[in-house]
Design a protein around this ligand. Structure first.
Ligand code: NDP
Length: 269
């Protein structure tokens, strides 16, 4: 019988997850279906319960539901607990488990696909939302020596830095405090580009050696990758690889099979 999976978010029409998981299923010969469900936050709990009653085996979770879902599941993996956010729900024998594959997905893309050495690197993350929460522990584990978290709302960056300080050198600041600082890798984890906005990042952070990575992805340059390119960054990347790698880790959790990501990545823009 075909096993049902899906992705939940609000909005969800833009999601590439159905295409990615469809390609994984064909490649690994798995009999699954994968649908997108638009769930307003107020209807989250009742809709998830209904989907599970109807036999759904697993769900990906995207903006803005990751934090709320972490409070609804029966069990959290260590990395989901640390992140306080869930992007993968697995339903087995009536038990609902929550995991977070964003961090491992990003690190695999940076290190394995793009050949970026994270060992002893100095990182800047712009933004302090759910995605930042998920990626900081994995980046520290991969060898980053320091992570600066800059955010429009300083309190949120402070909260994250406090939460992760025991894991490594994580410090918070505002965007305008970044003048005269330099980094090996800058990760844009704001959602500003989705709304066509360009936050006031100081241009001085774009040095000739810096690599810039936008978690967001688009058919062309995102506002951040265009800005970083214009100011002379050494390399500029979008989050397509992270998207595929985090999906592959979810697929592995559900099916126990690790799909090859390279061929799938080639079929996306
Ligand atoms: P959240 O809504 O949790 O956080 C959004 C962040 O963006 C906050 O830090 C917010 O700042 C900041 N922000 C939003 N608008 C502006 C603005 N105009 N100026 C400055 N800062 C702004 O989103 P997520 O953390 O879940 O996602 C962030 C991005 O990462 C999204 O674009 C998402 O699509 C992408 N993503 C990509 C993945 C991939 O696989 N490639 C996986 C996960 C996420 P403040 O706190 O001040 O409100």
């Amino acid at each position: 019988m075909t096993d049902r999976y899906g992705v939940i978010g609000h909005p969800i029409a833009h999601s590439k997850s159905p295409v990615i998981h469809g390609l994984f299923a064909t490649q690994t010969d798995q009999d699954i279906s994968y649908e997108a469900f638009d769930i307003p936050p107020a209807e989250l709990s009742t809709t998830i319960n209904k989907l599970i009653q109807d036999g759904i085996k697993g769900l990906n979770v995207t903006v803005p539901l990751k934090k709320e879902v972490a409070e609804l599941v029966d069990h959290l993996s260590d990395r989901a607990q640390l992140a306080g956010a869930v992007n993968t729900i697995d339903v087995k024998n009536g038990r609902i488990s929550g995991d977070n594959t964003d961090g491992v997905g990003l690190v695999r893309d940076l290190r394995d696909n793009l050949g970026i050495d994270l060992m002893d690197s100095r990182l800047l993350i712009l933004g302090a939302g759910g995605a930042t929460r998920g990626i900081v522990p994995s980046l520290l584990e991969a060898g980053a020596t320091s992570i600066r978290i800059a955010n429009r709302t300083l309190e949120k960056a402070r909260g994250l830095a406090d939460q992760y300080r025991s894991l490594g050198a994580v410090t918070p600041c505002r965007f305008d405090e970044l003048e005269r600082e330099s980094f090996d890798l800058i990760i844009n984890a704001t959602s500003a580009g989705l709304h066509g906005e360009s936050p006031p990042f100081p241009t001085s952070i774009i040095t000739p050696d810096v690599v810039c990575y936008d978690l967001s992805y688009a058919m062309r340059d995102t506002p951040f990758t265009a800005w970083a390119r214009e100011h002379g960054a050494r390399q500029v990347h979008q989050g397509w690889g992270m998207l595929v790698e985090q999906a592959a880790e979810s697929f592995f959790i559900w099916r126990g099979i690790r799909p090859e990501t390279g061929p799938v990545l080639k079929q996306l823009p």
